[in-house]
Every structure is written in C-alpha cells, then in structure tokens.
Design a protein around this ligand. Sequence first.
Ligand SMILES: [Zn+2]
Length: 157
Amino acid sequence: MNNVTNKTDNKIKMIVNGVVIDHILNNNLLKILQLLHWQNITDPVAVGFNLTSKRLGKKALIKMNNAKFTDEQKNIVALFAKGATYNIIAEGEVISKETLIPQNEAEYDIYCPNTRCVSRMYKSVFIPKIENDTVRAECKYCELHFSLDELREFRND
Ligand SMILES: [Zn+2]
C-alpha cells in the first residue's frame, strides 16, 4: 500500500476487486439497487448516501465486490445516474473510470408506465430525453415521456 491520503482513494480502497459507482443522486439510489436486483447479489456490497459532493450537494455511491457490469446494467445505472462514474477496481487500484451517459434506445428492465402501451407485456425500450439537466424517458412504442420516478422494474411473472 502506498501513502496516498486523497479521500476518494481511501474510500475506494475498501474493495480489492469489483466496481464502484460514484456520484449517484441520493434520490435515485434505491431505484438503481432495485434494477440491479440487489437481492440476488451474494458478494459484499457497501452503499453510502448523504455523502458530500461539490457537484451534486449530496451524493450516493455503491461499491460492489467481485462485480462487473453488463452493458445493460451500465445502461440502467446511466439512465438513473447520468454523469455517475463507473470505476473498475482491481487489486485495490482504479484501473478504469468511465462517466455513464444514458444510451439511446437501450432496452431496460422496466415497464412502460402507460397501461395501454403495446410494450406493456414486455420490457420497453426507452429513449432518454435530457432537458435542463433532468432526464426523462420516452417510450419508443407509445412515445410518451415519463419522469424517472414513474418507471417500475419489469417482472416476468
Ligand atoms: Zn409505452
């Protein structure tokens, strides 16, 4: 271990291998955990919120041991945490850092909130609409726009 005293580094050192998602808006933390199916994760996860952030005021972060995200998982986090950073940690060091940007026409594990939408029986495809730094999601099928709070996890049952 070296003698780095930078606060960010200290926080990240708690995990040896895995991912850290930083700069999440407090309010979106629970939604992101739901969409990542937190209940199925077996490795240790650390979650922080109300952490001080110059950019966001208060921020949240998620540290997941032995995790690596699929593109779909990254897309979900990006939709709910535009501008969050996705850091890959290996042997206690940050080996890659990526700013998450909502992808156009990604398929999310989310229902279209419109009960009359033709995609209702399936996962919908959403197109992020960024207006004044706020992300809204347009359903590709019914073309209605929704706030992120309105989106619900898709369950195949
Ligand atoms: Zn729809």
